[in-house]
Design a protein around this ligand. Structure first.
Ligand code: KIV
Length: 299
């Protein structure tokens, strides 16, 4: 695989990821990687790094737009970011989140908004949160020809109902409920299911029982794949990190350091230096001066 400036170039061996290739990975126990992205440059880097799937998650609300939670995000905001991500993605399978209240009213509403994510946002699948109670919606969307990814366990859009950010499936009854949720989503046609914040043993057991891939976040290594939020894994927005999060870089520190160096150089008149500037030929500058002087003489 060849790289230029860290970006992977087109190679004949790299193929576009499809639903079929994701199923193949599940069957062959090959781990699936998914990373979120929200804009063109981020998507380019996620794609160049070789991720199987890129998710325009509704975490967009918090990490890009500064909202307090994901509930505030609108369809139009999501579409705007999906389009940018689609432009930056060549190989990864593109999934767009359905914002809160974009599918809850009726199946017609769900199909219409899911369709917009594909038609206008150029996504290849939509993701929606919920268990047994959204299975019928998932069925309706997939019957309309729109691939769907499910999302169970901790579901941030219904965080109040769950009484906050808590690990799900920690009692036998709750774990069994998650199992029922996963089976219902698979039966409804979900192509994959996100497992968020649940005990490793529970996630592993359910993953083995399912035919569709499971993608975990805070659900241990027994899932068929893993997903992390771009800003969290790269160390933007340094806030308290949950136990499951591994930071693979400290980008915030690098960026703040670079910008403060720039400010220091501007203030010290060290930037721009000679090599960052453009010249004019001496005779052209003389001509310019002559023109200015002629102007002055006339006024
Ligand atoms: O919105 C998001 O980023 C997500 C992931 C955490 C799975 O749903």
């Amino acid at each position: 695989m060849s790289h230029v400036n860290g970006l992977q170039l087109d190679t004949p061996t790299r193929k576009k990821v499809t639903i079929r290739s994701l199923q193949y990975k599940k069957k062959n126990h090959t781990p699936i990687s998914m990373v979120t992205a929200y804009d063109y440059s981020g998507a380019r880097m996620v794609d160049a790094a070789g991720a199987d799937m890129v998710l325009v998650g509704d975490s967009l609300a918090q990490v890009m737009l500064g909202y307090e939670d994901t509930v505030s995000l609108t369809m139009d905001e999501m579409l705007h970011h999906c389009r940018a991500v689609a432009r930056g993605t060549q190989y990864a399978f593109r999934v767009g989140d359905m914002p809160f209240m974009s599918h809850q009213e009726s199946h017609q509403q769900a199909i219409r908004n899911a369709g917009r994510l594909l038609q206008e946002g150029r996504m290849e699948a939509v993701k929606l949160e919920g268990g047994v109670y959204v299975a019928d919606t998932i069925r309706a969307i997939s019957r309309a020809g729109i691939p769907v990814v499910g999302h169970i366990g901790l579901t941030p859009q219904t965080i109040s109902q769950l009484s906050g950010y808590r690990i799900q499936g920690r009692t036998g009854t709750d774990a069994y409920r998650l199992y029922q949720d996963a089976l219902a989503l698979q039966e409804a046609g979900a192509l994959a299911i996100i497992f968020e914040l649940m005990p490793t043993l529970v996630a592993e057991f359910i993953s083995e029982k399912l035919d569709v891939p499971t993608i975990g976040i805070g659900a241990g290594a027994g899932c068929d794949g893993q997903v992390l939020v771009y800003h969290d894994m790269l160390g933007f927005l340094h806030e308290t990190a949950p136990r499951f999060l591994k930071r693979f870089a400290n980008v915030e520190a690098v960026v703040v350091d670079a910008i403060s160096t720039y400010i220091g150089e501007v203030e010290a008149r060290e930037f721009p230096a000679e090599e960052h500037t453009y010249r004019i030929k001496e005779e052209e500058f003389d001509k310019f001066m002559e023109l200015v002087q002629t102007d002055n003489a006339a006024t």
